[in-house]
Design a protein around this ligand. Structure first.
Ligand SMILES: Cc1cc2nc3c(=O)[nH]c(=O)nc-3n(C[C@H](O)[C@H](O)[C@H](O)COP(=O)(O)OP(=O)(O)OC[C@H]3O[C@@H](n4cnc5c(N)ncnc54)[C@H](O)[C@@H]3O)c2cc1C
Length: 430
């Protein structure tokens, strides 16, 4: 990032922090209201925690079925042996003990929007004054003929971290000498735009040590991808990218996308009939907002939840706020950092609305680090503001990406990636 860009970026960061702390002095007449947060990922946990910091008396319930949340950020690092699943696991103890959030370990089966009630799978019903939804993503069922998300136990997506990540890692490590990993990348928009390319890098690090003739082939329905110049320069430097011996190949199939799977032959087939066989098939399906949001009628034909970005209120229901991957905050990418940022702005909006206060205009941040090797990090950062009542825009000149050929800075960025991960987890869950 150029100096001027970094300075502007830091100014906006401190302005955003000021906007949050300034809300402490707002009226607290809505203290007895009940705010229910659904989904204990980066968005939901941050929203619950921030609400508590704004109002000591508010009645806050978080509903999340899992006792331990496994973070997707950092999960690609497992393929290079840099992380284990327990190191990616976080519980809700701090939310309960330190932030006095009532955490209910259950799944929300349905939302009765007219009566403002949730039906939980365990049988309980729960009334809310305001609902914050951060339920993450679901996978489209019909994008690749012959493939359904139920086949993920054979062809893991590993796009929801946990057992899927371990399965894909076992398949990688059991691959025959000189075998092929196919990564079928998803179309836009999807969670974590640089994720498939960081994954290829981390897998290549392991293969270079243990299966040096193996190949990773990325089949992409997009013409270009996030941080492409940086990834390709890194692949050239470390994995012979662009030569016949390259461990990583990237193919755009924008005009000829993968449309079929022949599961028996472990082969994916493109629109024009080109066949690609892999020993390991990492099919990352096209995505939508989570099923709960779809069933509640909160998505539009894009499959994502349209919101008023200023308040994160659903355009279909003003008592429901949607944040994180499920919501449509374009051009902000779907990332954990963005979910954390959207959650903070949403908590301020909910608090303001409960107290009949003007909702302050939010800023949002996204910083996304990726590792190409354990010692080579790259990053992209963006700062966003309201462009109009219903549109978000990137602030020109704020944010930016690392430089190609940054030399020693790449090592620093790799270290920053690790510390940014720890900070984000602490900031969201502890
Ligand atoms: C491989 C990979 C690497 C990534 N790396 C990064 C990175 O380095 N940096 C970064 O910023 N982002 C990264 N991301 C993206 C990041 O993981 C997501 O953007 C982030 O998790 C979104 O948070 P969320 O709260 O919207 O959803 P989630 O984290 O998916 O949380 C949703 C929660 O809702 C719960 N839920 C769903 N339905 C219900 C229901 N009906 N009832 C109750 N609970 C429900 C789920 O159990 C889940 O815990 C990565 C993603 C992947 C796949």
């Amino acid at each position: 990032m150029a100096d001027i860009t970094r300075r502007h970026f830091l100014q906006v960061l401190s302005a955003a922090a000021g906007a949050l702390s300034g809300c402490d002095s707002l009226r607290r007449s809505g203290s007895k209201a009940h705010v229910v947060v659904v989904g204990g990922g980066f968005g939901g946990a941050t929203a619950a925690k921030t609400l508590r910091s704004l109002d000591a008396d508010l009645n806050i319930t978080l509903i999340e079925p899992k006792a331990n949340y496994i973070t997707c950020p950092g999960s690609n690092w497992l393929f290079a042996g840099l992380k284990t699943l327990p190191q990616l696991s976080v519980d809700y103890q701090a939310l309960t003990d330190r932030h006095r959030v009532r955490v209910v370990a259950d799944n929300v089966a349905s939302i009765d929007r007219d009566r403002r009630r949730l039906q939980l799978s365990g049988g309980q019903t729960l009334a809310y004054d305001r609902l914050i939804l951060s339920p993450g993503i679901a996978f489209q069922r019909d994008a690749i003929a012959g493939y359904s998300p139920d086949m993920a136990n054979v062809f893991p997506h590993a796009w929801q971290a946990g057992a899927q990540t371990l399965l894909l890692n076992r398949q990688l490590q059991a691959m025959p000498a000189g075998g092929v990993v196919l990564i079928v990348a998803p179309p836009d928009p999807y969670r974590c735009p640089p994720g498939p390319y960081e994954r290829a890098s981390m897998m290549a690090c392991w293969l270079k040590q243990h299966n040096s003739r193996a190949k990773i082939i990325i089949l992409d329905p997009k013409r270009s991808f996030s941080k492409q110049a940086l990834f390709e320069a890194g692949w050239r430097q470390h994995f012979g990218y662009g030569t016949t011996d390259s461990m990583i190949e990237w193919h755009t199939l924008a005009d000829n996308p993968i449309t079929r799977l022949d599961a028996q032959a472990r082969t994916v087939i493109s629109d024009f009939g080109d066949r690609f066989r892999g020993d390991v098939l990492n099919i990352i399906p096209a995505q939508t907002a989570a099923t709960l949001a779809i069933d509640a009628g909160l998505t539009d034909k894009s499959g994502w939840c349209p919101v008023n970005p200023k308040t994160a209120q659903s355009l279909f229901d003003q008592h429901i706020h949607v944040i994180g991957d499920a919501a449509h905050f374009t051009p902000i990418p779907k990332s954990a950092f963005a979910a954390n940022s959207e959650a903070k702005a949403c908590a301020v909006a909910v608090f303001s609305l409960l107290n009949q206060q003007e909702v302050p205009a939010p800023n949002w941040l996204n910083i996304c680090y990726s590792l190409i090797t354990p010692k080579h990090g790259i990053s992209v950062a963006g700062v966003y503001q309201l462009d109009s009542e219903h549109a978000v825009a990137a602030i020109k000149g704020a944010g930016g990406t690392s430089r190609v050929g940054a030399g020693d800075l790449s090592l620093l960025e790799a270290n920053y990636a690790q510390s940014a991960y720890r900070s984000l987890v602490n900031n969201s869950f502890r």
